[in-house]
Design a protein around this ligand. Structure first.
Ligand SMILES: Cc1cc2nc3c(=O)[nH]c(=O)nc-3n(C[C@H](O)[C@H](O)[C@H](O)COP(=O)(O)O)c2cc1C
Length: 134
């Protein structure tokens, strides 16, 4: 596991929408837009499952995930990889359910996806493209 630096945390917190890539056990790829991604601590991202279909079935078969962190007009771009665990009851799930309700009262969180960060790469264009940062 790795911990995001303060600068990386700032970039994450300033990002509204992320692209989340998953793959089935046979390697069939999927990508989904997500907005409900919260940096709970420098090593952990909580993602709310309100609408996942292929994403959820992929996660059940293969816990590896990649997230793109990029916002138009904001310098910096990260690719964050990690391992996830799906939590559908208990105190952490209840906490996420309430956080989703606070942000979007019309949404019901069906599951909490807990992502532990394992790798971070630079995905800006230029000399540092693709460089491992953590
Ligand atoms: C901007 C945007 C943000 C979204 N954020 C989330 C989210 O945080 N959680 C979620 O479950 N679905 C979210 N959705 C909906 C899913 O991405 C969408 O239903 C997608 O089809 C799920 O992918 P899948 O069907 O391949 O699993 C979002 C959609 C958009 C357009």
């Amino acid at each position: 596991m790795v911990a995001l630096t303060p600068e990386m945390q700032e970039l994450f917190k300033g990002t509204k929408y992320f692209a989340m890539a998953t793959a089935s056990k046979d390697g069939e790829p999927n990508v989904a837009p997500i907005g409900m991604a919260i940096l709970i601590d420098p090593e952990t991202i909580w993602i709310g499952n309100q609408f996942f279909h292929q994403t959820l079935s992929n996660l059940k078969e293969n816990p590896r995930v990649a997230l793109q962190v990029w916002t138009f007009g904001v310098p910096g771009c990260l690719k964050i990889k990690g391992d996830v665990q799906i939590v559908e009851k208990g105190p952490d799930y209840n906490k996420m359910y309430n956080m989703v309700k606070e942000r979007k009262p019309n949404l019901e969180c069906k599951g909490l996806v807990i992502m532990k960060i394992t790798d971070v790469f630079d995905c800006r264009s230029g000399a540092e493209a693709g460089k491992r940062l953590l």
